[in-house]
Design a protein around this ligand. Structure first.
Ligand code: FAD
Ligand code: SF4
Length: 324
């Protein structure tokens, strides 16, 4: 499959990249390219200009600053899960990064590209030839949705592995443009709009992810159910962070909604409790009702809900008996 025609640019700084984004509304960022290039080959993303930011050196770093872990957006996933700072202290993040696609996706793919990846749907992530059998759907520029018959709403599912892990670690992101920089909790990056999943302002890029030192004081894990272990998006992914001593817990899911989802009800239920078999059973039931997935993949919504409960059950089991 061939790429469509586009203009190619290699900026040397964030400011230069942002200026190109502002000048050319049809431009898109390319980091590792493992998400955007297949989408371009499928003709579901057709940027007029591709801005390759991979050569901006300061964005490929992992460092600790007063206990805060700072990860540049262009850090490859392999470098993330191989980093001793992360492997030893933030298991959820290292598990999530090492579960992405195949080894090649982990080597080429960046943490920023993983977070900012496009939402997925079985009617969207297909070749032009496959899609030509049906009217073009809303996300691909048409006027209907093949999943839910409602005007102008796209239900495509956010399916990144890394975002839920970062969410339970209370990650903050830094967004930068030519003249501005702002930071926000990662949760706020996601719009919940399947057609335009990110709350990025014009000219903005994700430049850094920071994880507070307190995240290291708890146990964390990321569990993924996928069709093939060797290379596949999650059917459901569940991230869990627990401070056993303080009886505080955080839960997040992926691939069940238009954005990665915090498990608010199950967190409220767990708060202040010791982890036990009874607690685990009830938490698993509550977790399976945290989302209302629709049929954007070959897996049924009821199967996904069941997996949300089962994965959280296994995550809590892993946490039981820990000291932190
Ligand atoms: C066969 C296959 C299997 C895959 N399996 C998985 C999987 O299991 N789990 C998973 O999570 N993903 C999976 N992916 C998707 C993809 O490989 C990963 O998400 C990867 O981490 C994307 O990173 P990248 O750097 O290659 O992103 P790119 O493709 O370069 O970019 C992805 C998107 O993010 C935007 N972007 C990139 N960097 C920035 C930035 N700094 N600021 C603002 N916007 C930015 C781009 O414009 C683009 O829209 C798979 C892909 C394929 C083809
Ligand atoms: S949910 Fe509907 S509009 Fe969105 S990608 Fe799927 S078919 Fe298209």
């Amino acid at each position: 499959m061939r790429l469509p025609k586009f203009r190619y640019i290699e900026p040397k700084s964030i400011e230069e990249a942002s200026a190109f984004l502002l000048d050319e509304p049809g431009a898109k960022i390319l980091a590792g390219g493992t998400d955007i290039l297949p989408n371009m080959k499928h003709r579901v993303e057709l940027p007029s200009v591709v801005i390759n930011i991979k050569k901006i050196p300061e964005l490929n770093t992992i460092r600790q600053d007063n206990g805060v872990i700072r990860i540049g957006a262009l850090t490859p996933l392999k470098k993330v899960y191989e980093s001793p700072i992360i492997a030893e202290n933030l298991s959820a993040l290292s598990s999530a990064a090492s579960s992405v696609g195949s080894y090649h996706h982990q080597t080429m793919g960046t943490i920023g590209g993983n977070i900012c990846q496009q939402n997925r749907c079985k009617y969207f992530n297909q070749s032009q030839w496959w899609r030509s059998a049906r009217p073009t759907c809303f996300k691909a520029g048409g006027e209907i949705c093949h999943v839910v018959n409602k005007e102008e709403v796209c239900y495509s599912a956010y399916s990144g592995d890394v975002a839920p892990a970062l969410m339970v670690l209370d990650a903050i992101i830094i967004l930068q443009s030519k003249d501005n920089s702002r930071e926000m909790p990662l949760d706020m990056l996601f719009s919940g709009n399947g057609k335009a999943p990110l709350n990025l302002k014009e000219g903005e890029l994700l430049t850094e992810i920071t994880i507070p030192g307190k995240a290291k004081d708890g146990f964390s894990t990321y569990l993924k159910s996928a069709n093939r272990e060797s290379i596949d998006f999650p059917i459901v992914g569940t991230a869990f962070w627990a401070s056993i001593k303080k009886k505080e817990y955080r839960v997040a899911f992926t691939a069940v909604d238009r954005k990665p989802l915090r498990g608010g009800s199950v967190e409220d239920f767990l708060k202040g409790k010791d982890l036990s078999e009874e607690v685990l059973e009830e938490a698993s039931q509550i977790a399976s009702k945290e989302a209302s997935p629709v049929k954007t993949s070959v897996y049924s919504p009821s199967y996904k809900r069941k997996m949300m409960g089962l994965l959280l059950r296994s995550a809590i089991q892993e946490a039981m008996g820990r000291e932190k």
